[in-house]
Design a protein. Structure first.
Length: 270
């Protein structure tokens, strides 16, 4: 079923997402709250411990380094800088400020959600029992250990996973119009692969390496999907701009063959 666009103040319409409907956003949020509640009441620790112990017992040197290299796909700072660079490049080619908006909004959204949740939940990583602060294995599992220094209790939710979902979504959003400016098109399946494959790799590797509990990674997945759906709804081409920037407000997500205003085709500015 095709999702109807939603009109907000100023006549701006939210973009549709798939699966359509706000009920899926509510479902993701409910699942995240339920998972957090279960951990807060000391449930699911057995699952986390079993997965961590299995990974620790099946981590030969070669597999460790392969997983560690692949896990670099989820580094938040490089992804942020790459998305910002693509946004600036596209903005220069189109002479429009709009391509810079997705990286800025994504950075603000992740900064205001992932970090505060980590600090609030205050959960150590599985590795906290074998390196500083050298907790007992049982003490590494619970949430809300605010007596620990912040740097030792920031495992839940997984920022690697949540960041990967958000930033690869932004990269796919920018790569499609950027390729159009050079006469190329990104196949829809490739755009989907950019969004899906790296986050899945990061989820598996960060859990396998013992840097996060399984439930940390699942929470990062739920939060990342929720943030991604919010970002994908933003009508980047229609957001109101300050008067002095209106001549730099050329749309960048519109398909050249189906311009929303029936105007000029989508090409780079001369």
């Amino acid at each position: 079923m095709r999702e109807r666009t939603t009109t907000v103040r100023g006549g701006v319409r939210l973009r549709p997402v798939r699966p359509a409907g706000w009920r899926y956003d509510l479902l993701l949020l409910t699942a995240l709250v339920a998972l957090t509640g279960a951990l807060a009441t000391d449930h699911l620790f057995g699952v986390d411990r079993a997965v961590a112990d299995w990974a620790g017992a099946h981590r030969p040197t070669v597999a460790y380094w392969i997983a560690r290299v692949l896990n670099l796909l989820g580094q938040g700072t490089p992804l942020t800088l790459l998305a910002a660079a693509l946004g600036v490049l596209l903005a220069v080619r189109l002479r429009s400020v709009r391509p810079v908006l997705p990286p800025v909004v994504a950075f603000a959204l992740t900064y205001l959600t992932i970090g505060p949740l980590k600090v609030w939940t205050a959960r150590p990583a599985p590795s906290a029992s074998v390196k500083e602060p050298f907790l007992s294995p049982e003490q590494t599992l619970p949430l809300f250990q605010h007596e620990l220094p912040v740097r030792y209790a920031q495992s839940y939710p997984s920022g690697h996973v949540a960041n990967a979902i958000v930033w690869y979504g932004v990269l796919a959003l920018l790569l499609v119009p950027l390729l159009r400016t050079v006469g190329r098109r990104m196949p829809p399946r490739l755009a989907t692969a950019v969004r899906v494959v790296p986050p899945l790799v990061v989820l598996c590797t960060t859990t396998y390496l013992g840097w996060h509990w399984l439930t940390d990674s699942v929470a990062g997945l739920l939060l990342g999907l929720l943030l991604d759906r919010l970002l994908r709804r933003v009508p980047w081409d229609d957001l109101p701009l300050p008067r002095r920037l209106r001549d730099r407000g050329r749309p960048f997500t519109a398909d050249p063959d189906r311009s929303p205003d029936g105007g000029r085709p989508f090409t780079a500015a001369p």
